[in-house]
Design a binder for this molecule. Structure first.
Ligand code: AMP
Ligand code: MN
Ligand code: MN
Ligand code: MN
Length: 284
């Protein structure tokens, strides 16, 4: 069975609508999908409706990717299999949305000081539409305005940590995100642990902090993970008694990331879905 428990739609910075994403997941043979938009669960009901209306052969697990701050770094916590309408979660995500708006405006002001671009917030907001605004939309506006040639350059030169347009992590701490996921009945996953570009020592520190906050799983399978990294994450999960989750972090069709691709664990990982009665015996 293929589980892909991390991906994005137009509800945040993905480029496919929730419905188009679902269609692609089915084409790629995904059996169990979790839509994990940044700080929003707005796409989940749409996907669920599409599945029931068309009687599609795929299962949906509720999901969200919550932005948090740990040691001045943006750390992402994926929540899985929780009650989307739980008041604590609804309230938490409403605050995240307010922070996103304020941060986007501040990023805009910082970029405008370069005199190379104008109207950043409104431009990015138009691209985001009703979706949760993020740096990805700002990058797209920068490309549209010919300030940069592509997304990678937008981040590398302007939006990454320490660059002109970067706003120091405005997010709440990891503990509060893990708590709200648990309160809503779900499991908390440390997203893309290799994506923070931490040294081995710091990755271990992060894993320990995550575990101490009550975190449940490490994302130990991703489609671009090199075998030694997969192995390292499996060892860390075992050492700190964490489950493993699997997710592509798909944002848009591209040759390097695909829904459901290459999401196997290295040996010894206990899949997070074994906590869910319907998948208690499923391997990966
Ligand atoms: P935000 O949640 O608004 O802080 O934006 C984080 C998102 O920006 C990530 O989920 C990626 O989609 C994208 N992103 C972050 N860093 C980079 C990077 N170096 N290059 C391209 N995209 C990035
Ligand atoms: Mn993203
Ligand atoms: Mn992320
Ligand atoms: Mn993501």
């Amino acid at each position: 069975m293929i589980f892909d428990l991390h991906c994005h739609s137009t509800v945040s910075d993905g480029k496919l609508t929730p419905q188009a994403l679902l269609e692609r997941a089915i084409e790629r043979g995904v059996n169990v999908l979790s839509l994990t938009d940044h700080d929003s669960t707005d796409g989940i009901a749409l996907v669920q409706k599409e599945i029931s209306d068309k009687q599609l052969d795929i299962a949906l697990i509720s999901g969200v990717e919550i932005s948090t701050c740990w040691e001045n770094k943006d750390i992402h916590i994926v929540g899985l299999n929780f009650d989307v309408s739980h008041p604590a979660m609804v309230g938490y995500l409403a605050t995240q949305s307010d922070i996103r708006e304020a941060r986007a405006q501040e990023i805009g002001r910082r970029l405008e000081r370069t005199k190379l671009i104008d109207n950043v917030y409104l431009g990015a907001k138009a691209i985001a539409g009703e979706g949760q605004i993020g740096r990805g939309h700002i990058a797209r506006y920068m490309i549209e305005q010919e300030m940069v040639k592509d997304n990678a350059t937008a981040f590398k030169k302007y939006l990454a940590r320490g660059k002109t347009g970067y706003v120091p992590s405005p997010w709440p701490d990891m503990q509060s995100a893990i708590d709200v996921i648990h309160e809503a009945g779900g499991q908390a996953v440390l997203a893309h642990p290799m994506g923070y570009k931490l040294s081995g020592k710091w990755l271990r520190k992060l894993t320990i902090a995550f575990k101490q906050c009550g975190g449940d799983a490490l994302e130990a399978a991703g489609c671009q993970l090199a075998p030694p990294h997969r192995q390292h994450l499996a060892s860390l999960a075992q050492e700190y008694d964490l489950y493993g989750s699997a997710g592509s972090d798909f944002h848009f069709p591209a040759s390097w990331i695909e829904l459901g691709r290459n999401l196997h664990f290295a040996k010894g990982v206990r899949p997070i879905w074994q906590l869910w009665p319907q998948y208690a015996n499923e391997l990966n």
